[in-house]
Structure formats: C-alpha cells, structure tokens
Design a protein around this ligand. Structure first.
Ligand code: TYM
Length: 335
C-alpha cells in the first residue's frame, strides 16, 4: 500500500522559539518511518513582512540546521527550501483565482499582522494563506503537523482542494491538520493571553531554541504567574497553566500528574525543575546544531538533493493542474 504523505514548513524569520518546537518541529521526526515526508523552509512566506536579505539567508540555513538537529533524517525525509521549487509560486497563482476575497479577509493571522505592520500591508500578506495551500496541495499531503494558530489556514487549504476537485475533477488529496491537544499553543511567558512569538518585542516573552542555559533559567524564573501560590491547572492561573503545558509536552507527563507532584511545593521549585527540563531537552539539539551550522557544504548538499526530490513531486501535480485549467502543454524541447 502507498505511504500517506506529510508536509509542513516553518518560516525563516528569526530564530525559532520553544513554541515552534513544541507546537510543530518536535513532531516532525515522528512521521519519518510511516509516511512520505516533506519539510520545507518557507522563505517565500517570510518576505511578506520586512526582511534584511543577508539575515534571511542566514536564518534559512539556521532553520535547516535546526531541522536536522531536531532529528529530521535526509535519507527518510525530503528537506528543502521553498524558493528552490518554483511550482509553489505557480500553483499559488492558480489557486488565487479560485479563492474568495471574503475568505482571506476573515483570516485572523492576516488581521493581526496587518495591525502590526499597518504602514506597509502588502498584497503578499493578504494572499499568504493561498501560498500555504499551494505548499500543501502540491505534495498531495494527507497530514500537516502544525500549531493551533495554523488551523484556519489548513481549513482554507482543504476548502481550495475540494473546490478545485469539484470544478475540474479529482486532483488534490484533502489534507488533515495534525494538532496535538497539549502544547499546540504555547503562550508568551510575559503575557499568557498572547501566543509565544519570535517577533515579540519583549525578549523575556519567549525562549529560543538556541538560548543558553542561564538565559533559559532567567526567562523561566521571570515568567509571569499569579499570587495564589498554589499549583493548579485552570483558566484563572493562565501563566502557570502555560508553564504546566510546557512541562507536560517535554516530559510526556499528564497535566494532572504534574499538579499532583507539586501539591505542597512553591512556584520557585516548580520553575527550577521546569528550567532544567527545558535545558536538558535543548542541550543535545544545540550541540548538534553547532556542528551542522559550521558545515555549509553538508547543508548545501542536503537542500540541493531536497530540491530535486521535491520538484519531481511538485511538478507532477502542477502539470496536472495546468492541463485541467486548459493551458496548452509546453513542448518537451523547451522543458
Ligand atoms: P510559523 O513559521 O509561524 O511557525 C512554524 C510552526 O510553529 C507553530 N507555532 C507554535 N506552536 C505552538 N505554540 C506557539 N507559540 C507557536 N508559534 C508557532 C506554528 O503553528 C507552525 O506550525 N504559515 C506557517 C508556515 C507554513 C506552513 C506551510 C506550515 C507555510 N507553508 C505548509 C505547514 C504547511 C507559519 O507561519 O508558521
């Protein structure tokens, strides 16, 4: 029987956070044995907000090295850079023509980002979810591991796949999101009502995968809690709830178990233990990352092979799409 397909991507817009890791990246390697996996670094998406070109190049390689350091195996998964496979932009164009403006207007991430960058809202930011749908549909993905904030984008991808299939004929698989019940939305350490994000102006709001031990320890110690001084998991103690979610995600202990473990203990002891758990989890990743990031030749080899493998699959889908919408096939001699 054919293997099912998994696809996901992360933007190279600055260093990755613990939220990216818990919500998405740590799940990626779990699929490698059972599924045909495609993992991309979505640089086309990153330029929908202002980028410094040399930082974008650096961050792209950084995400690639982190993919590998977090257990992605290039012999099992296809790991590639989105802009190396031109089919993404091409399918996005076709999908744009079957996407309703009203649907894009309802996207909460667009609303948030356009508030934040209100002086330079570009059309790319608006059509961003269509490009994401193209990423997914090009590979006929069945499953897309993401954090909760991407659920609405996934809905759009499903919707466009169904609309295209109905309008022409069966072309795309209908993708399902893979979103874990715990850890799919890690919140800011300084304001637990908002998502942990690398673009937060307050550095204490997030932990980066490459933060050193002291920094991690300090950020956890400074994390906002409450004055109840009693460990519990509920919606009144949102700061604590978020920390328990992180604890639970990294130890695979259930939240009730964690609450039980710290019944007669203070927040200080809980935070000390949590900091240690995060440090122990990130230490081997950081060690491996340091080796990889200094080996540019190896990284280049990985993303070159990845681009060839990804393009093969993407081109196969795009050719079908072009044929169905009525484009004249390109003669072989100019392929
Ligand atoms: P991006 O780059 O913002 O985030 C990458 C992944 O990390 C998850 N994530 C989180 N999960 C839990 N808690 C958080 N605080 C947190 N912050 C981020 C995101 O949900 C995401 O899974 N549009 C996507 C990138 C993308 C993509 C795709 C994903 C482009 N094409 C195709 C899947 C399939 C994005 O901006 O993710």
């Amino acid at each position: 029987m054919d293997k099912k397909t998994v696809l996901s991507g992360i933007q190279p817009s600055g260093s990755l956070t613990l939220g990216n890791y818990i919500g998405a990246l740590r799940n990626f390697s779990d699929f490698q044995n059972e599924y045909e996996c495609y993992y991309c670094i979505v640089d086309l998406h990153a330029i929908t907000v202002p980028q410094v070109p040399k930082d974008l190049r650096k961050n792209t390689l950084e995400v690639l090295a982190l993919y590998l350091a977090c257990g992605l195996n290039p012999d099992k998964s296809t790991i590639f850079i989105q802009s190396h496979v031109h089919e993404h932009a091409e399918l996005a164009w076709v999908l744009n023509t079957i996407t309703y403006m009203g649907q894009l207007n309802r996207m909460t991430q667009y609303k948030d980002k356009s508030r934040k960058y209100n002086e330079s809202i570009n059309a790319g930011l608006f059509t961003y979810p269509v490009l994401m749908a193209a990423d997914i549909l090009l590979y006929q993905a069945d499953l897309v591991p993401v954090g909760e904030d991407q659920r609405q984008h996934l809905e759009l991808a499903r919707d466009l796949a169904i609309r295209f299939n109905n309008k022409y004929s069966d072309t795309f698989s209908i993708p399902e999101p893979f979103i874990r019940s715990t850890g799919s939305k890690i919140m800011s350490l300084q304001d637990p009502s908002i998502k942990m994000s690398k673009s937060d102006p307050d550095k204490n709001a997030y932990i980066l995968l490459l933060d050193d031990k002291d920094t991690i320890y300090k950020k956890i110690k400074r994390a906002v809690t409450d004055s109840e001084n009693h460990i519990d998991y509920n919606d009144r103690q949102l700061g604590l709830k978020n920390l328990i979610d992180i604890f639970s995600s990294l130890t695979d202990k259930r939240t009730e178990e964690i609450v039980e473990m710290y019944q007669n203990k203070g927040y200080g002891e809980f935070k000390d233990d949590l900091a240690e758990i995060i440090i122990d989890c990130l230490e081997p990743i950081q060690r491996r990352y340091k080796e990889l990031i200094s080996d540019k030749e190896y990284l280049e080899k990985i993303y070159s092979i990845g681009a060839i493998k990804a393009e093969r699959k993407a081109n196969n889908t795009l050719r079908k799409v072009y044929k169905k919408v009525g484009f004249v096939p390109k003669p072989d001699m100019i392929k």
